[in-house]
Design a protein around this ligand. Structure first.
Ligand code: GDP
Length: 535
């Protein structure tokens, strides 16, 4: 390995920052993403991403369902530069397209930005995604959005994050006014006030006047009551809150908090600057040979998402790979850890929004899209040099369940094949009744769209029309101590026992309350909301 290549890899890792946004629908993820791209120079006028999306929709020959519903099913990565950093924003599918892929994307992210609507505070989807981030221990940066609208007291929101998520908070900036009187933000480190001016629809960078807290001009520029309010808020913050502790931030125990308005661009650039300063660069990953550093000179990465049928004409499949080490090069041949086969990666792609373009090289923290020759499954490792196998991506607790039926016995084989392939691909989890007489697979998903995709694909790719009977469960827990432990406790109430595709016991509950009750009654059962991929 040449020292030149080693230096190149080290420099590339040093520059990279990778993150995903976790939020509830409508908090402003699309708007913030667009504004980050605007500040990153990747677009010159906000609105372009949305415009391109709708243009794409009109001409797209993607999955018909995507067109019909006007949504994007694909998770993509947006890449842009800012302040000499290369930023990879992993787009987490949300809204109606919330699915297990949303969780899996977080397995490829080094940092998370938790986006909160100032009027709504923490919302269900944000909490769920937070749990996945917490499990991985990744740093969480909070952006409280929509300060240009009336909302809750900022201090209340900090309190909510601390109480409900168990995260310490540190407000890096502080809002000056709110709603119609939202004037700007105060940067606590530099002790500077940023006063913004709105631009039409926030389509260009906001005009930003920066003045020191002690500057006399404040009295001219800021109404007196807002100034006094700010001063008293700052005294309160300095008095009660802990200092910013980057070790705690990096361990996922403290969240730096920013306030702003993505729509009007207030506070967006300040957020981006600070985020880049505090965010983790690509780090090491645990594997069969121990922890592997991103500067390890051989290439390696893992598949975190598979996308089928982006273009039905070509029946192409794309495996999204998170690069963990070394340098990826076009046309390179890698080893596939699970099967031991050599695979030539002939058509690498990086993704910008929904457009695919070819790439020549990639480094740790980047995401590449590979045309999947049918060998890849979620969690697979590819590598060069000594064998590396990363820990797989776990199964996440499904919340929607349905019996999948094939009413046409002559299609039995296609049905079996389709279900099995879609499961392997990670489109949905499959469970089975413990009653041998009931052979219909149980589809288990985290988002409704997963059911629709499975039925759509069974029909289109395997020629099988199916029906779904929704089951009345909403909570699943794996019994970590296995069938033996279950047998010992005997009959259980208000739960149904099923087995997952690896034959492991899973308990299904109608609601969280029943689940909690069982945990209370049977502490000897070890229940888990997440199951490792390998048994
Ligand atoms: P997403 O569902 O999280 O992607 O949210 P969008 O970015 O689509 O935003 C949802 C709605 O909130 C849209 O109508 C946006 O224009 C609006 N919105 C986003 N950010 C702001 C903001 O900072 N202030 C206000 N007032 N509205 C916002």
């Amino acid at each position: 390995m040449s020292t030149e290549l080693q230096t190149e890899i080290s420099q590339a890792v040093e520059r990279r920052r990778n993150f995903a946004i976790i939020s509830h629908p409508d908090a402003g993820k699309t708007t913030l993403t667009e504004k980050l791209l605007l500040y990153g120079g990747a677009i010159h006028e906000a609105g372009a991403v949305k415009a391109r999306r709708s243009q794409r929709k009109a001409t797209s020959d993607w999955m018909a369902m995507e067109q019909q519903r006007g949504i994007s099913i694909t998770s993509t990565v947006l890449q842009f530069e800012y302040s000499n950093c290369q930023i990879n924003l992993l787009d987490t599918p949300g809204h109606q397209d919330f699915s297990e892929d949303t969780y899996r994307t977080l397995a490829a992210a080094d940092n998370a930005v938790m986006l909160i609507d100032v009027a709504k505070g923490l919302e269900p989807q944000t909490r769920k995604l937070f749990e996945v981030c917490k499990l991985r221990g990744i740093p969480i940066f909070t952006f409280v959005n929509k300060l240009d609208r009336p909302g809750r007291e900022p201090i209340d929101l900090l309190d909510e994050i601390e109480q409900e998520l168990g995260l310490q908070t540190y407000a890096v900036n502080w809002p000056i006014g709110m709603g119609d009187r939202f004037k700007g933000v105060y940067d606590r480190f530099k002790q500077q006030i940023h006063l913004f001016e709105r631009t039409a629809h926030g389509s260009r960078e906001a005009q930003d006047t920066v003045i020191d807290l002690g500057d006399n001009r404040i009295e001219e520029l800021l109404e007196q009551d807002l100034y006094y309010q700010l001063k008293s808020d700052l005294e309160l913050l300095d008095g009660v809150g802990p200092e910013l502790d980057l070790d705690l931030v990096h361990a996922g125990k403290m969240t730096p908090v920013f306030f702003g308005s993505a729509m009007t661009n207030f506070g967006v650039e300040l957020f981006l600057e600070n985020f880049l300063q505090y965010a983790l660069k690509p780090g090491s990953h645990d594997s069969n040979i121990g922890s592997v550093e991103p500067t390890y000179p051989e290439f390696s990465g893992f598949v975190f998402k598979l996308q089928a049928n982006m273009d039905p004409k070509h029946r192409d499949r794309i495996a999204f790979v998170r690069v963990c080490t070394g340098r990826f090069e076009k046309d390179m041949t890698v080893n596939h850890a699970r099967t031991g086969k050599a695979v030539r990666l002939s058509r690498p792609q990086k993704l910008f929004a929904q457009e695919r373009e070819s790439i020549d090289e990639a480094y740790a923290g980047d995401v590449i899209g590979l045309n999947n020759p049918g060998v890849f499954a979620i969690g697979d490792t590819i590598y060069t040099g000594q064998k590396i196998e990363y820990e797989g991506i776990p199964y996440f607790s499904p919340e929607l369940f349905a019996n999948l039926r094939n009413p046409n016995p002559s299609k039995f084989k296609q049905f079996q094949k389709g279900v099995s392939e879609l499961r392997e691909e990670g489109a949905v989890q499959i469970m089975y009744s413990t009653d041998e007489a009931k052979r219909d697979p149980i589809l288990a998903a985290v988002g409704q769209l997963q059911f629709e995709v499975v039925q759509f694909r069974l029909q289109n790719e395997y020629g099988v029309e199916t029906t779904l009977d929704v089951l009345p469960y909403s909570v699943a827990r794996w019994v970590s101590n296995g069938w033996e432990a279950l047998e010992k406790v005997g009959r259980l109430f208000n739960t149904t026992t099923v087995k997952d595709s690896m034959g492991r016991p899973v308990l299904l509950f109608r609601n969280e309350w029943n689940c909690q009750q069982l945990i209370g009654d049977h502490p000897e059962l070890i229940l888990s909301a997440i199951a490792p991929v390998t048994s």
